[in-house]
Design a protein. Sequence first.
Length: 458
Amino acid sequence: MAASRIVIENCAIATVDAQDTEYASGHLVVADNRIESVGPGPAPGGLENVVRRVDGTGHLATPGLVNTHHHFYQWITRGVATDHNLFDWLVALYPIWARIDEPMVRAAAQGSLAMMARGGVTTAMDHHYVHPRGAGDLSGAIIGAASETGVRLTLARGSMDRGESDGGLPPDFAVESLDGALAATEETVDKYHDTSFDAMTQIAVAPCSPFSVSTELLRQGAELARRKGVRLHTHGSETMEEEQFCKELFGLGPTDYFASTGWLGDDVWMAHCVHMNDADIAAFARTGTGVAHCPSSNARLAAGIARVPDMLKAGVPVGLGVDGTASNESGELHTELRNALLINRLGAHREHALTARQALRLGTYGGARVLGRAEQLGSLEAGKLADLVLWRMDTLAHASIADPVAALVLGAAAPVTLSLVGGRTVVEDNRLTTVDEDAIARATRAEARRLARIAAGD
């Protein structure tokens, strides 16, 4: 059967390919779920089975945004502990999070995904590590929400086995046993991980952090991931307190501790990596270990400024992450494009830290590389999956900025006229087409209130 084609013309295009090719006015042709062609000027003539033509005048086309770190469940605990550092924030919130159940997680995932998708995210990632006993099928709830929304998902099946009685932060009833966590993670991989080129769901193995999991869970988790051929994810070097914790407990800094447990490699990516010295960055670069940079969350929790320019110069793979919305209440990735550029300019490199195009690359190709999907996603090139966004740049917010990439990154959040995932429309005229935003808003509010009541003991 002949491929169905969508033709987009007359738009500026930032391909984010290896040469950073851009067109002031160009075209994109989508055939079924792949990009068939991209180039300057109008689309080729004589195309057959064109089911839709889009006039992109006044728009910028980019690859869909790729989120590399998130905690969807936190959507229903936004606005809590707003003046805390990481450890105090966790102490305040773990007793609440320990009460989540399947309906709460499903509603929170719907809210998190809807907000990201409406803002140009086409590939989402969720690190879910809170599995209270009797809470239900939390992984299934998250994957179901992503399927409804129509975005690609990497679910990092997280775990914790170090509760309060073992010196950890979470309540004991909110953590799993070592064997239980490993068994449940393997079951999730077996049930949901898709290895195909156009996979909508992939699974990673993701013990939570050095201060909430045992050394054995890290070590055996890495062995499990490599036996199953999936990626590994965790939090690393987020705060100075974490570094002190690792040195006191293990006699090693975080990077050396991770290395000792098999957690450096080109199949690994870590969230935050704020407090990294030159040797740490060199180790990540040498092993191909990736980083999910979460500038808004790092600022919200006063964690510090990650050395992203130094990581990029060394060759470390870096993508962007929203992080959980209890530490980044906006919950969308455009904020991270802007804040990655702005916050890194407050660091040692000042105005030479990052450019607008580097920020866009972090949020697209960089994220695809970190998730192990750079061959399929992250740039607008023939043969890649048709995950793309058409941003409207001719409104009051952006029309007077001549450079559309600078306008997108430094300006206000641009309206999304069209977002495609595998050639399927998920956003049109700044509204989701796959789910009811208003119904999701009502559901998340109801579940947030229910969780608050349960946590308060009502």
